[in-house]
Design a protein around this ligand. Structure first.
Ligand code: 3PG
Ligand code: MG
Length: 403
């Protein structure tokens, strides 16, 4: 079924629109280090404001535990959003409390307000549907319609994503519609060869994804923190590298399955091993089966794929017609360990076909390494959401919009 789009909500002039955005951006000392998700939200916000709607935006930031915490405040986002839109953004210092009421009542047509972090209220992420519905009703009070535009959270069954869409007439915003259009090209007959490149540090999260993707792809490229669990499964000593010992069996199963399916599984053949986890740590490149034999012995930590691996990965990517990439290859925040990620990003810009970067970390990595957004076919604002979409999972935040 097709998702309900903005037009289905009719004329929004003078109406109060509640919109869920994903403003979960990385912050360092209150400074936004990657504003990609804010920029991605602008087309929908502008479309609503230009129609003369009163717009109340809401989002989460980070994972606070159901109570206010200064470091997770959305105040810096409100300020940046105002600069990008060139108009004032009224900021409510609470989510459904007195200040939120005050801000809503003061809104004029064509004006925008942002509520404080939704996850300061424990009901947002409650396992109890009744509690979530209660918060959703409070959020919906006084609003005429709901627009869901936080693609990064559509895989979450949370009050501001799921229940609120049932409490009001609801539709997808322009960002969600665009993400679906592009990501659907990956799930519905992708041009082949189709390569998926996985990295990042959330090892067990990604292992689940592999299971679902193996039957769909031609090439699966593995880097980042999870590669050591694969090397371990091959019987190699990984010294002090990130390892999920309890996943080794599972990984072996994937290797066998890849072989049966004829999927090309690319693992690194060399690794950059460091003496410690720090930007200026001594380091050397060793063969992937010789990490334990580096000059750092059992202390050695693999922090990036090596140059041979980077070249092989780049070649596999460049010669594919459809590529999806999620997760950095190494600790790209430290220049000494950013080469693998940079090589993969560069190769994605050279794909003759569709190259998609998925996820907050990978998007931040490509921008942080100096690549231009326009060099890629698409940079998804969804991390977990885009992965789950590719897996073909049921996403509550999309289903509730008629998808
Ligand atoms: C993300 O960063 O992937 C989204 O904003 C969702 O955040 P969450 O994983 O904390 O639900
Ligand atoms: Mg996440």
């Amino acid at each position: 079924m097709a998702i309900r789009t903005l037009e289905t909500l009719g004329d929004l002039a003078g109406r109060t629109v509640l919109i869920r955005c994903d403003f979960n951006v990385p912050l360092e000392d209150g400074r936004i280090t990657d504003e990609g998700r804010i920029v991605a939200s602008l087309p929908t916000l502008r479309a609503l404001l230009e129609q003369g709607a009163k717009v109340v935006a809401m989002s989460h930031l980070g994972r606070p535990k159901g109570a206010p915490e200064e470091r997770y405040s959305l105040a810096p986002v409100a300020a940046r959003l105002g600069e990008l839109l060139g108009q004032e953004v009224a900021f409510a210092t609470d989510t459904v409390g007195e200040d939120a009421q005050r801000v809503r009542i003061a809104l004029q047509d064509g004006q925008l307000a942002l509520l404080e972090n939704l996850r300061f209220d424990p009901r947002e992420t409650s396992k109890d549907a009744g509690e979530r519905a209660e918060l959703a009703a409070e959020l919906a009070a006084g609003a005429d319609v709901f627009v869901s535009d936080g693609f990064g959270v559509v895989h979450r069954e949370q009050a501001s994503v799921f229940e609120v869409a049932q409490a009001l007439p609801s539709a997808a915003g322009l960002l969600v519609a665009k993400e679906l259009e592009v990501l659907s090209r990956l799930t519905e007959s992708p041009e082949r060869p189709y390569a998926v490149v996985l990295g990042g540090s959330k090892v067990s999260d990604k292992l689940g994804v592999i299971e679902h993707l193996l039957p769909r792809v031609d090439r699966l490229v593995i880097g980042g923190g999870m590669l050591f669990t694969f090397l371990k499964a091959l019987g190699h000593d990984v010294a002090s590298s990130l390892l999920e010992e309890d996943q080794v069996e599972r990984v072996l199963g994937y290797m066998k399955q890849a072989e049966e399916l004829g999927v090309q599984l690319l693992l690194p053949t060399d690794v950059v091993v460091a003496e410690s986890f720090s930007a200026d740590a001594a380091h050397e490149t060793v063969a992937a089966d010789a990490i334990g034999g580096s000059r750092f012995g059992a202390k050695g930590i693999g922090l990036d794929i090596g140059p041979d691996s980077a070249a092989a990965f780049a070649e596999a990517i460049r010669t594919s017609r459809t590529v999806f990439w999620n997760g950095p290859m190494g600790v790209f925040e430290m220049p000494a360990f950013a080469h693998g990620t940079k090589a993969v990003a560069q190769a994605l810009t050279e794909v003759d076909g569709l190259a998609v970067v998925g996820g907050g970390d990978s998007a931040a990595a490509v921008r942080g390494l100096g690549f231009d957004d326009a060099a890629f076919g698409h940079i998804s604002t969804g991390g977990g959401a885009s992965l789950e979409f590719l897996e073909g999972a049921r996403l509550p935040g999309l289903e509730v919009l008629g998808w």
